[in-house]
Design a protein around this ligand. Structure first.
Ligand code: HGY
Ligand code: MN
Ligand code: MN
Length: 415
């Protein structure tokens, strides 16, 4: 294939849109959006559909012991593959694009190659990693972390959800407890196309983000134990109110984000009170705090500041507060040559592009220590994600997919 033929290859937008729409049926929510929590029945539906498309494309599909799905297109030479990966599990109020776009554009790259009849020098693998979201089973990026060896397989298989169901059993129940050892693929490089999930590209009117790295993530679950009592008869001076302590932790997290400043973020996404009744002082509370920063030292300082504040809360309210780490990933910087590649591939096709860090966690961050890794962002309308209103326009999807296609083709021809 001549260089000109190569550089003129483009994705088939209608085919991509129809796969996105079809996959959106698996776990579709009444009012729009998708709920496809990891290892749920709807995750199985999505897995069945995507692995079906992988087989229809004639790819060799392997399922590993943590349920990662890897589909291989053999190359002319048996060299380390170019891997295109992301995830198809979603949060409970997810959209059509978070994760799904990255896997389906990987299949679109394969479809374009099939249409052209061209076999690239290197093999290409399209991967859908288990439980990237971490909403049901923490930590997030579970499947890619096990694949890369940063999370032991047995530890991951034993992790339970809030109902006490464990990963290993749920994998078996949905029929995706594979036989293959995780980490069996040694990538030449790794690509992930993803919606930005933030406001930057839209605010600046840009089409492509060449992602420079991913911020550090710190997830902690706190359990507060107080004393249940009557809401009407208990004087304020005698209370040991787990609900008040939980709310104080939430305020403290917000204060820490403000004190740290710049891009520090803090989120209390889960708060559960027990017995959760209008006229009963809560005896227990369970809550989660998600802290993130692109700077590891600042993230650690934020964690320390919050811990200090929580000790003060426990003392002044006379409650016990214990903590459990759910996830902890240091910031990751992507290989500069790969970021340059994304930038140049975007410019070659006339797309506007800027370098930017990722606020969200991604499977790509698990690969960055192992091989040259790149992420491509496309805009999120209104900066919205993890929300059923998540949307990216067809033109924006097409731009990102074509940049990925050209970047993959160039790396797949490397010696
Ligand atoms: O939490 C995250 O950033 C990702 O969506 N799992
Ligand atoms: Mn994602
Ligand atoms: Mn997500």
């Amino acid at each position: 294939m001549t260089q000109a033929e190569f550089s003129n290859m483009r994705i088939n937008l209608d085919r991509l849109l129809s796969r996105l729409k079809a996959l959106g049926q698996d776990g579709a929510l009444e009012g729009g959006g998708v709920c496809r929590l990891a290892l749920s029945d709807t995750d199985k539906l999505g897995r069945d559909r995507v692995s079906g498309w992988m087989r229809e494309l004639g790819l060799e599909v392997s399922i590993d012991k943590i349920g990662n799905m890897m589909a291989l297109l053999p190359g002319q030479e048996d060299l380390p593959p170019v891997v295109i990966g992301s995830h198809i599990d979603t949060v409970a109020t997810g959209g059509l694009y978070d994760g799904n776009l990255g896997v389906l554009v990987g299949l679109e790259v394969i479809s374009v190659l099939r249409d052209s009849g061209y076999v690239p020098r290197r093999p290409i693998v399209v991967a859908a990693f288990t439980n990237e979201e971490g909403s049901r089973f923490a930590p997030d990026m579970m499947g890619s972390a096990v694949d890369r060896g940063s999370l032991p397989l047995d530890e991951a298989l034993a992790i339970a959800d809030a109902e006490g169901l464990v990963v290993g059993d749920e994998l078996a129940r949905i029929g995706y407890a594979g036989e293959v050892e995780p980490g069996h693929i040694k990538p030449h490089c790794f690509f992930e196309l993803h919606v930005e999930q933030g406001p930057v590209l839209e605010e600046e009117g840009l089409e492509i983000g060449a992602v420079t790295g991913v911020q550090g993530i710190s997830w902690t679950e706190y359990t507060v134990t107080g004393i249940s009592n009557h809401a009407g008869t208990t004087p304020m001076r005698l209370r040991h109110d787990a609900g008040f302590a939980a709310a104080s932790i939430s305020v403290a997290a917000r204060i820490v984000a403000g004190e740290t400043g710049e891009d520090q973020v803090a989120t209390v996404g889960v708060t559960e009170l027990d017995p959760n009744l209008v006229n009963v002082i809560a005896r227990k509370a369970r809550l989660t705090v998600d802290l993130r920063n692109i700077d590891e030292a600042k993230l650690q300082a934020a964690e320390k500041s919050l811990t200090d504040k929580i000790e003060t809360i426990a003392e002044s309210e006379g409650v016990e507060i214990t903590s459990r780490t759910l996830a902890r990933f240091e910031p990751v910087i992507f290989d500069d040559s790969m970021v340059n590649l994304i930038e140049s591939m975007a410019k070659d096709q006339g797309y506007s592009v800027r370098r930017m860090a990722s606020g969200a966690g991604h499977d790509a961050q698990m690969f960055a220590p192992d091989c040259p890794t790149a992420m491509i962002f496309v805009p999120s309308v209104g900066g919205i994600s993890h929300n059923i209103k998540e949307y990216t326009t067809p033109d924006q999807l097409q731009a990102g997919a074509n940049v990925l296609l050209q970047a993959v083709l160039s790396k797949a021809e490397e010696e």
